[in-house]
Design a protein around this ligand. Structure first.
Ligand SMILES: [Zn+2]
Length: 112
């Protein structure tokens, strides 16, 4: 009976956790518009922000960060790795934000 209860508990944990782990994306908002990137595909790319500032975004192992930025304060770089849905790095001088959005809930109703 104890093992059965344990089994249900494990199933419940997977049921709640698994859907959040799949389909997560990183939403990059810049003066050029919004773009979503899959977190499951490692990549590194540049984003053009306001005032000629350029940010380098890095994605690996299901997480994303601002690896480099031309902005003066570097707050976006210091935000470090983002992996949980809702976490964000914002670069105010460049008007760029990098945010983790959770799969199915983040289709089109995103306002930021
Ligand atoms: Zn910045």
């Amino acid at each position: 009976m104890l093992s059965f209860t344990l089994f249900i508990a494990v199933v419940a944990i997977f049921w709640y956790c698994f859907p959040r782990r799949i389909g997560r994306k990183v939403l990059v908002t810049s003066p050029m518009g919004e773009t979503r990137y899959s977190l499951s595909q490692p990549s590194e790319f540049s984003v053009s922000g306001a005032d000629g500032l350029t940010l380098t975004i890095q994605i690996e192992n299901g997480r994303a960060r601002v690896a480099h930025s031309d902005c003066p304060d570097r707050l976006c770089v210091h935000s470090g790795w983002l992996s949980q849905s809702g976490q964000a790095a914002v670069c105010v001088p460049a008007a760029v934000s990098v945010r983790i959005v959770g799969g199915e809930a983040a289709v089109d109703g995103v306002t930021a």
